[in-house]
Design a protein around this ligand. Structure first.
Ligand code: HEC
Length: 210
Protein backbone atom coordinates (compact mmCIF):
# COMPACT_ATOMS: atom_id res chain seq x y z
CA UNK A 1 0.00 0.00 0.00
CA UNK A 2 2.66 2.40 1.06
CA UNK A 3 4.81 1.48 -1.91
CA UNK A 4 1.94 2.04 -4.26
CA UNK A 5 1.27 5.44 -2.79
CA UNK A 6 4.88 6.42 -3.18
CA UNK A 7 4.88 5.27 -6.79
CA UNK A 8 1.74 7.26 -7.48
CA UNK A 9 3.10 10.33 -5.75
CA UNK A 10 6.34 9.95 -7.65
CA UNK A 11 4.60 9.90 -11.00
CA UNK A 12 2.40 12.82 -10.06
CA UNK A 13 5.45 14.81 -9.00
CA UNK A 14 7.24 13.85 -12.17
CA UNK A 15 4.26 14.90 -14.28
CA UNK A 16 4.12 18.24 -12.49
CA UNK A 17 7.80 18.83 -13.20
CA UNK A 18 7.30 17.99 -16.87
CA UNK A 19 4.30 20.30 -17.13
CA UNK A 20 6.11 23.14 -15.42
CA UNK A 21 9.26 22.61 -17.42
CA UNK A 22 7.26 22.34 -20.65
CA UNK A 23 5.46 25.56 -19.84
CA UNK A 24 8.68 27.41 -19.21
CA UNK A 25 10.29 25.89 -22.27
CA UNK A 26 7.39 26.66 -24.62
CA UNK A 27 7.08 30.20 -23.35
CA UNK A 28 10.78 30.61 -24.10
CA UNK A 29 10.36 29.17 -27.58
CA UNK A 30 7.37 31.32 -28.40
CA UNK A 31 8.97 34.35 -26.90
CA UNK A 32 12.08 34.05 -29.00
CA UNK A 33 10.08 33.28 -32.14
CA UNK A 34 7.62 36.14 -31.76
CA UNK A 35 8.36 39.08 -34.07
CA UNK A 36 8.84 42.34 -32.26
CA UNK A 37 5.87 44.24 -33.76
CA UNK A 38 3.37 41.41 -34.13
CA UNK A 39 -0.07 41.53 -32.58
CA UNK A 40 -0.86 45.21 -32.71
CA UNK A 41 -1.07 45.73 -36.47
CA UNK A 42 -4.09 43.41 -36.75
CA UNK A 43 -6.45 46.17 -35.68
CA UNK A 44 -6.43 47.60 -39.21
CA UNK A 45 -7.38 51.00 -37.90
CA UNK A 46 -4.08 52.61 -38.64
CA UNK A 47 -3.89 51.18 -42.13
CA UNK A 48 -7.37 52.33 -43.10
CA UNK A 49 -6.95 55.76 -41.55
CA UNK A 50 -3.55 56.35 -43.14
CA UNK A 51 -3.37 59.24 -45.55
CA UNK A 52 -1.37 57.29 -48.12
CA UNK A 53 -4.28 55.26 -49.48
CA UNK A 54 -6.73 58.14 -49.64
CA UNK A 55 -5.60 59.56 -52.94
CA UNK A 56 -5.08 63.22 -53.80
CA UNK A 57 -6.36 65.92 -51.45
CA UNK A 58 -9.28 68.19 -52.29
CA UNK A 59 -6.99 71.12 -53.08
CA UNK A 60 -4.93 68.95 -55.41
CA UNK A 61 -8.10 67.81 -57.18
CA UNK A 62 -9.41 71.37 -57.37
CA UNK A 63 -6.10 72.59 -58.78
CA UNK A 64 -6.61 70.30 -61.77
CA UNK A 65 -10.42 70.37 -61.78
CA UNK A 66 -12.23 70.29 -65.11
CA UNK A 67 -15.20 72.67 -65.27
CA UNK A 68 -16.63 70.96 -68.37
CA UNK A 69 -16.65 67.64 -66.57
CA UNK A 70 -18.18 69.35 -63.55
CA UNK A 71 -20.98 70.65 -65.75
CA UNK A 72 -21.75 67.08 -66.76
CA UNK A 73 -21.89 66.04 -63.11
CA UNK A 74 -24.25 68.96 -62.53
CA UNK A 75 -26.79 67.14 -64.72
CA UNK A 76 -27.63 65.22 -61.53
CA UNK A 77 -28.71 68.45 -59.86
CA UNK A 78 -30.91 70.10 -62.51
CA UNK A 79 -34.03 68.21 -61.48
CA UNK A 80 -34.09 70.31 -58.32
CA UNK A 81 -31.85 73.33 -58.88
CA UNK A 82 -31.41 76.23 -61.26
CA UNK A 83 -28.03 77.96 -61.33
CA UNK A 84 -28.53 80.92 -63.71
CA UNK A 85 -28.44 84.41 -62.20
CA UNK A 86 -31.89 85.30 -60.87
CA UNK A 87 -33.10 81.77 -61.60
CA UNK A 88 -36.17 80.53 -59.76
CA UNK A 89 -36.04 78.38 -56.68
CA UNK A 90 -37.40 74.93 -57.43
CA UNK A 91 -37.42 71.86 -55.22
CA UNK A 92 -34.02 73.15 -54.18
CA UNK A 93 -32.74 76.75 -54.03
CA UNK A 94 -31.21 78.62 -56.96
CA UNK A 95 -27.45 77.99 -56.79
CA UNK A 96 -26.07 81.06 -58.58
CA UNK A 97 -22.99 82.27 -56.70
CA UNK A 98 -23.47 79.71 -53.93
CA UNK A 99 -19.73 79.14 -53.42
CA UNK A 100 -18.70 81.47 -50.59
CA UNK A 101 -22.31 82.22 -49.56
CA UNK A 102 -23.68 81.55 -46.09
CA UNK A 103 -25.04 78.03 -45.67
CA UNK A 104 -28.82 77.86 -45.86
CA UNK A 105 -29.42 81.47 -46.94
CA UNK A 106 -30.07 81.25 -50.67
CA UNK A 107 -32.01 83.72 -52.78
CA UNK A 108 -35.60 84.96 -52.90
CA UNK A 109 -36.64 83.40 -49.63
CA UNK A 110 -36.16 79.70 -50.22
CA UNK A 111 -37.53 77.78 -47.24
CA UNK A 112 -34.50 75.91 -45.99
CA UNK A 113 -34.77 73.12 -43.46
CA UNK A 114 -33.77 73.84 -39.88
CA UNK A 115 -31.06 71.22 -40.34
CA UNK A 116 -29.29 73.37 -42.91
CA UNK A 117 -30.21 76.78 -41.48
CA UNK A 118 -28.76 75.85 -38.09
CA UNK A 119 -25.52 74.66 -39.67
CA UNK A 120 -23.79 78.07 -39.80
CA UNK A 121 -20.66 78.96 -41.73
CA UNK A 122 -20.37 79.43 -45.44
CA UNK A 123 -20.01 77.21 -48.48
CA UNK A 124 -16.26 77.04 -48.89
CA UNK A 125 -14.70 74.29 -50.99
CA UNK A 126 -14.23 71.84 -48.12
CA UNK A 127 -17.76 72.37 -46.81
CA UNK A 128 -19.27 71.85 -50.25
CA UNK A 129 -17.15 68.74 -50.69
CA UNK A 130 -18.51 67.25 -47.46
CA UNK A 131 -22.10 68.28 -48.34
CA UNK A 132 -21.96 66.81 -51.83
CA UNK A 133 -20.38 63.60 -50.56
CA UNK A 134 -23.37 62.99 -48.30
CA UNK A 135 -25.98 65.70 -47.65
CA UNK A 136 -27.59 63.49 -45.02
CA UNK A 137 -24.38 63.08 -43.05
CA UNK A 138 -23.45 66.74 -43.37
CA UNK A 139 -26.85 67.99 -42.18
CA UNK A 140 -29.00 65.20 -40.72
CA UNK A 141 -32.63 66.04 -41.49
CA UNK A 142 -31.89 68.06 -44.64
CA UNK A 143 -34.58 68.39 -47.31
CA UNK A 144 -32.05 67.64 -50.05
CA UNK A 145 -32.87 64.03 -50.80
CA UNK A 146 -29.77 63.37 -52.85
CA UNK A 147 -27.61 60.35 -52.01
CA UNK A 148 -24.32 62.11 -52.67
CA UNK A 149 -21.35 61.81 -55.00
CA UNK A 150 -18.89 59.15 -53.90
CA UNK A 151 -16.07 60.03 -56.33
CA UNK A 152 -13.76 62.80 -55.05
CA UNK A 153 -12.94 63.79 -58.65
CA UNK A 154 -16.61 64.27 -59.49
CA UNK A 155 -17.08 66.49 -56.47
CA UNK A 156 -14.00 68.58 -57.24
CA UNK A 157 -15.01 69.06 -60.88
CA UNK A 158 -18.55 69.95 -59.82
CA UNK A 159 -17.33 72.44 -57.20
CA UNK A 160 -15.16 74.08 -59.86
CA UNK A 161 -18.23 74.33 -62.11
CA UNK A 162 -20.42 75.75 -59.31
CA UNK A 163 -17.67 78.24 -58.51
CA UNK A 164 -17.64 79.41 -62.13
CA UNK A 165 -21.36 80.30 -61.89
CA UNK A 166 -21.19 83.71 -60.26
CA UNK A 167 -18.68 83.09 -57.45
CA UNK A 168 -15.30 82.83 -59.18
CA UNK A 169 -13.30 82.43 -56.00
CA UNK A 170 -9.64 81.57 -56.64
CA UNK A 171 -9.21 77.80 -56.74
CA UNK A 172 -6.23 76.24 -54.96
CA UNK A 173 -3.21 76.18 -57.23
CA UNK A 174 -1.92 72.87 -55.93
CA UNK A 175 1.46 74.35 -55.01
CA UNK A 176 0.97 73.35 -51.40
CA UNK A 177 0.70 69.67 -52.31
CA UNK A 178 4.16 69.13 -53.73
CA UNK A 179 4.16 65.30 -53.93
CA UNK A 180 0.94 65.27 -55.92
CA UNK A 181 1.79 68.18 -58.18
CA UNK A 182 3.15 66.02 -60.98
CA UNK A 183 0.08 63.78 -61.03
CA UNK A 184 -2.16 66.84 -61.06
CA UNK A 185 -0.36 68.26 -64.06
CA UNK A 186 -0.74 65.14 -66.17
CA UNK A 187 -4.42 65.02 -65.28
CA UNK A 188 -4.83 68.56 -66.57
CA UNK A 189 -3.22 67.82 -69.90
CA UNK A 190 -5.22 64.62 -70.30
CA UNK A 191 -8.44 66.43 -69.57
CA UNK A 192 -7.78 69.26 -71.99
CA UNK A 193 -9.08 67.20 -74.90
CA UNK A 194 -12.31 66.34 -73.12
CA UNK A 195 -12.87 69.98 -72.19
CA UNK A 196 -12.87 70.96 -75.86
CA UNK A 197 -15.84 68.80 -76.80
CA UNK A 198 -18.21 71.70 -77.25
CA UNK A 199 -21.19 69.59 -78.22
CA UNK A 200 -21.50 67.92 -74.83
CA UNK A 201 -21.14 71.30 -73.13
CA UNK A 202 -23.90 72.79 -75.17
CA UNK A 203 -26.15 69.85 -74.44
CA UNK A 204 -25.53 70.18 -70.72
CA UNK A 205 -26.17 73.92 -70.88
CA UNK A 206 -29.57 73.55 -72.43
CA UNK A 207 -30.37 70.97 -69.77
CA UNK A 208 -29.39 73.45 -67.07
CA UNK A 209 -31.56 76.20 -68.50
CA UNK A 210 -34.55 73.95 -69.06
C1 HEC B 1 -34.02 65.80 -55.17
C2 HEC B 1 -33.75 67.20 -55.29
C3 HEC B 1 -32.31 67.67 -55.20
C4 HEC B 1 -31.22 67.23 -55.92
C5 HEC B 1 -31.17 66.12 -56.95
C6 HEC B 1 -30.13 68.06 -55.53
N1 HEC B 1 -30.51 68.97 -54.58
FE1 HEC B 1 -29.36 70.39 -53.70
N2 HEC B 1 -30.89 70.93 -52.51
C7 HEC B 1 -32.16 70.40 -52.57
C8 HEC B 1 -32.95 70.94 -51.48
C9 HEC B 1 -34.41 70.61 -51.17
C10 HEC B 1 -32.10 71.81 -50.78
C11 HEC B 1 -32.43 72.56 -49.49
C12 HEC B 1 -31.95 71.65 -48.37
C13 HEC B 1 -32.42 72.02 -47.00
O1 HEC B 1 -32.99 73.09 -46.80
O2 HEC B 1 -32.19 71.19 -46.09
C14 HEC B 1 -30.83 71.79 -51.46
C15 HEC B 1 -29.72 72.55 -51.08
C16 HEC B 1 -28.54 72.60 -51.77
C17 HEC B 1 -27.43 73.48 -51.46
C18 HEC B 1 -27.39 74.50 -50.33
C19 HEC B 1 -27.72 75.87 -50.91
C20 HEC B 1 -27.61 77.00 -49.93
O3 HEC B 1 -27.81 78.15 -50.36
O4 HEC B 1 -27.33 76.79 -48.74
C21 HEC B 1 -26.46 73.22 -52.36
C22 HEC B 1 -25.10 73.88 -52.45
C23 HEC B 1 -26.95 72.20 -53.24
N3 HEC B 1 -28.21 71.83 -52.85
C24 HEC B 1 -26.24 71.68 -54.29
C25 HEC B 1 -26.68 70.59 -55.05
C26 HEC B 1 -25.88 69.98 -56.08
C27 HEC B 1 -24.55 70.49 -56.54
C28 HEC B 1 -26.60 68.92 -56.55
C29 HEC B 1 -26.20 67.91 -57.61
C30 HEC B 1 -25.05 67.07 -57.29
C31 HEC B 1 -27.84 68.87 -55.83
N4 HEC B 1 -27.84 69.91 -54.92
C32 HEC B 1 -28.83 67.95 -56.04
C33 HEC B 1 -32.63 69.48 -53.48
C34 HEC B 1 -31.85 68.76 -54.36
Amino acid sequence: MNNRFNTFAGWAFFAAIIALGGGILSSKIFHTQRPEVMGYAIEGVEEDGGAAADGPSLSTLLASADIAKGEKVYAKCVACHSINQGGANAIGPNLYGVVGEHVGTGHAGFAFSDALKSKGGSWDFATLDAWLKSPREFAPGTKMTFAGLSKPEDRANLIAYLNAQGSNLPLPTGDAAAPDAAAGDTATTNDAGAADTETSNAAAETAVEG
